[in-house]
Structure formats: structure tokens, C-alpha cells
Write a protein that binds this ligand. Structure first.
Ligand code: 5GP
Ligand code: ZN
Length: 113
């Protein structure tokens, strides 16, 4: 998707601090961190959000979760982190390419805002 910010990060057209990269998924630091550790895990395939997922994406989205845990472990927040997927404008989704936020390094409140 030529007009998608995260597709541009995947293509290398916009720089990002990548923490993980393989054929299916990348993880990179959020540009506006909301916790001492805050990174995003995204599929390389342009999927808008969970509502845009099909059954064929099950393994890909499962992999996003495993990679999130692996990177969280690598960056020292294994003892506790929050994962968030905003879906749709009402949730606060601003970038319409599926992404999982991973936040850690501070206590997390509940319920989330
Ligand atoms: P959303 O609100 O869609 O769930 O989250 C989008 C996230 O993308 C926000 O946390 C925002 O800070 C992050 N973001 C927006 N633009 C960029 C960018 O150019 N680079 C990086 N690394 N993160 C970005
Ligand atoms: Zn995209």
C-alpha cells in the first residue's frame, strides 16, 4: 500500500529503529513511547486491523504474538508487559495497518483508558 506509513517503514522508505525483522513480521520502537519500553509488532502483509483479518491470516497473527513475547524477553520486560491492538477509529487506531503495541518497564493501570 503506497500511502500506508507502516508499509513505508517495511519498505525502508521511512526509518525506524527495528528490533526484529523476518519474512513475515517486523518489530520497531514506537516514535512516541508511552512506557520505558514501547514497540510495535506488525505483519509485512498490509492488513488494516483485526476486522480485516481472514482465516488465512491466523498463523501470521499468531506469529506476531510469539515475536512480541520474544522481543519483550530480549529487551528485559519479560516480568510484565501490556499488549494492545487498537481496532478502528473509536479505539484510537491512527495507523490503519495492523499493529500490536507492546509496553513495559513501568506498572500498568487497569482498566486501560
Ligand atoms: P495506533 O494509535 O494506531 O494504535 O498507534 C499508532 C502508533 O504508531 C502510535 O503509538 C504512534 O506513536 C506510532 N507512530 C506513528 N508514526 C510513527 C512513525 O513514523 N514511526 C514510528 N516508529 N512510530 C510511529
Ligand atoms: Zn500497510
Amino acid at each position: 500500500m503506497s500511502d500506508c506509513l507502516f508499509c513505508k517503514i517495511i519498505a525502508g522508505d521511512i526509518p525506524a529503529e527495528k528490533l526484529y525483522d523476518d519474512d513475515d513480521v517486523i518489530a520497531f520502537r514506537d516514535i512516541s513511547p508511552q512506557a520505558p519500553q514501547h514497540f510495535l509488532v506488525i505483519p509485512k502483509k498490509h492488513i488494516i486491523n483485526l476486522s480485516d483479518m481472514t482465516e488465512g491470516d491466523d498463523a501470521l497473527v499468531g506469529k506476531m504474538m510469539r515475536v512480541a513475547a520474544q522481543v519483550a524477553d530480549e529487551y528485559g520486560i519479560k516480568e510484565g508487559y501490556r499488549t494492545v491492538i487498537n481496532n478502528g477509529a473509536d479505539s484510537g487506531q491512527l495507523v490503519f495497518h495492523l499493529h500490536m503495541h507492546v509496553l513495559g518497564g513501568r506498572p500498568m493501570g487497569w482498566p486501560p483508558g
